[in-house]
Ligand binder design. Structure first.
Ligand code: ASP
Length: 579
């Protein structure tokens, strides 16, 4: 609906074919320019764009006042066409202006050029949202959500709402707790995802469920993380992981098309092991190569102590020999911060005969020097970075350096979706030496590895998979355990006793005893997907009212104390934070 009883057109839609038409527009005064006493140009803005209105100099309107203008469209005189404005060929003349709302001077200019501190933007978010960038992002978000929703409906999924007042979800994040007024001392927990509810829906025969679900996690905030975020959450019965991945691929392709007008290329597929081994990350950014190179062979039986390790890998930095000593020292420090023992660097000064400039050069044999150069394909002027350690550490350190040195800016390099599959079932061990669930304890082990659940749990792969876009984890999912015997073995490996399992997830395990179909699901982080499609590096740019990095809302002042009576009703007494 553009025309209403108050207006005939939007500010961004008039063109030369409307010349001669009497129109009525409504919006905010973007800018006023006075030309002498009798003439003023008023740029009128709504979310669709800007129209120049020529008004009498005596008309009293100022920046961000809300007005309506009735006037006649005319082609702009020769030489005054503004090619940068969609409506730049016309202007509105013979105007009758009505002031609908006055405004104080805005706290910052309402355009995309101004660099305004984020806390000020969030404090006056209602003004910030008027800016074209925010309007573009919010509307792109709406198109993405609409496309995701209709893709799921088209594929036979049924939208179901699950409760916000819930009970703990076993996914590892800290949760928000809500005190019960009717049951003092008892609490609801806000869902970090609808995980358990959607599995119960499968037991309930829903077959294919989806929800545009708000999830809440009380975790430290970052560029890609907020306390509350939105997921496309799905679950389906009688499916393989490929079925789930296919349904999500289709929905995300539609969303991409709706957001940016082009469909993404085929998503690549890579196992977790290969992603770590080749890119040093379980969320590889495939927009650039710079793969980690295994040069263990070159240093087999080496006398260089630093390279006497189970895994030796290199990163080739083309043209990197020009990096100065400070930059190299910073890379070494970064490698140590990331948990590496160190980082060896070699500037390749010649390939034939192989020659390098490096503090370690004097320790290298000729064959090692030659192997280092040929094994990495280095050319003169390149830099080779080497880390030797256990496989996991080598991959992690070089994977981070690969991103530091090679990652293109967010808006460059296209969109490279990939499915990372075969994640390990367990993610290392806790202080007591117990395996930790990598995803959540209901994730189905890989069928080929189930018999090692007790004997060698850390080697067991799972049927868990992630969707990754340009190095951002867009979402994860898995096939779930629906068989009691396998669930018991996984709980045993995790050190969860049957008593504990009963008290934490008894209602789910109980439900499984009443006929659980094989099922699996996935959740796509909509904020992240929208941010990447909008070319934004921070999800706050695609959320209408986000929290700051420290979890506050400068506009409403939340979180803030509540009245004593509210606490009393809830049966709570505040305890001052220690320290
Ligand atoms: N519940 C999971 C998550 O929020 C997604 C899933 O396994 O479906 O990450």
């Amino acid at each position: 609906m553009t025309a209403t009883s108050m207006r005939t057109h939007m500010c961004g839609e008039l063109g030369s074919s409307d010349a001669g038409t009497r129109v009525r527009l409504c919006g905010w005064v973007s800018r006023r320019r006075d030309h002498g006493e009798h003439l003023a140009f008023v740029d009128l803005r709504d979310h669709s764009g800007i129209t120049q209105c020529v008004v009498d100099g005596s008309v009293d309107v100022r920046s961000e006042w809300v007005i309506s203008v009735e006037g006649t469209v005319r082609a702009r005189p020769e030489g005054t066409v503004n090619a940068e404005l969609a409506t730049g060929e016309i202007e509105v003349v013979d105007c009758i202006v009505e002031v609908l709302g006055h405004a104080e001077p805005p706290p910052f200019p309402v355009d995309d050029r101004a660099e305004t501190d984020e806390s000020v933007r969030l404090r006056y978010r209602y003004v910030d949202i008027r800016r074209p960038r925010m309007q573009r992002n919010l509307r792109l978000r709406a198109r993405v959500v609409e496309a995701l929703r209709s893709a799921m409906v088209r594929q036979g999924f049924c939208e179901v709402e699950t409760p916000l007042l819930w009970t703990p979800t076993p996914e590892g994040a800290r949760e928000f707790t809500v005190p019960s007024r009717l049951h003092h001392g008892s609490f609801y927990v806000l869902p970090q995802s609808p995980q358990i509810a959607k599995q119960l829906l499968m037991v309930g025969g829903t077959d294919r469920y989806f929800q545009i679900a708000r999830c809440l996690r009380d975790e430290d905030l970052r560029a890609d993380r907020q306390f509350e975020f939105t997921q496309l959450d799905i679950e389906a019965s009688f499916v393989s992981q490929e079925d789930i991945q296919g349904a999500i691929t289709e929905a995300v392709a539609d969303a991409t098309e709706a957001a940016v007008g082009e469909s993404p290329g085929e998503a690549e597929r890579i196992t977790w092991h290969d992603a770590m081994d080749r890119y040093g990350s379980d969320k590889p950014d495939l927009r650039f190569a710079m793969e980690l190179l295994d040069i263990g062979q070159v240093f087999a039986g080496t006398s260089v102590r630093a390279f006497d390790a189970p895994c030796v890998k290199a990163l080739l930095v083309r043209g990197g020999a020009s990096l100065g000593r400070n930059r190299l020292d910073a890379l070494v420090d970064r490698a140590k911060e990331l948990g590496g023992k160190g980082l060896a660097w070699f500037k390749v000064t010649s390939t034939d005969p192989a020659a390098v400039d490096s503090p370690l050069d004097k320790f290298l044999g000729d064959a090692e020097r030659a192997g280092l150069v040929s094994g990495t394909g280095a050319a003169e002027g390149d830099l080779v970075l080497v880390v030797a350690d256990i496989w996991h550490t080598v991959c992690r350190v070089l994977g981070a350096l690969r991103l530091d040195l090679g990652r293109p800016p967010i808006t460059e390099g296209g969109r490279r979706f990939c499915w990372v599959t075969d994640f390990p079932l367990f993610d290392g061990v806790d202080d007591a030496g117990r395996p930790q669930a990598a995803h959540h304890p209901f994730t189905m082990p890989h069928p080929d590895d189930i018999d090692r659940l007790t004997s060698d749990p850390l080697s067991v792969r799972s049927q868990a998979y992630d969707l990754v876009l340009n190095g951002w984890e867009l979402g994860s999912g898995s096939i779930r355990i629906h068989r009691e015997d396998i669930q018991r073995q996984v709980f045993d490996a995790l050190g969860i006793s049957s008593g504990e399992a009963e008290s934490r997830f008894g209602f789910l395990l109980g439900a499984f005893r009443y006929g659980a179909p094989p099922h699996g699901g996935f959740a796509v982080g909509i904020d992240r997907l929208v941010a990447l499609l909008a070319g934004e590096g921070n999800i706050r740019e695609v959320i209408a009212f986000p929290k700051t990095q420290s979890g506050t809302d400068p506009m409403t002042g939340a979180p803030k104390p509540v009245a004593e009576t509210v606490l009393r009703d809830l049966g709570l007494r505040p305890i001052p934070k220690p320290g």
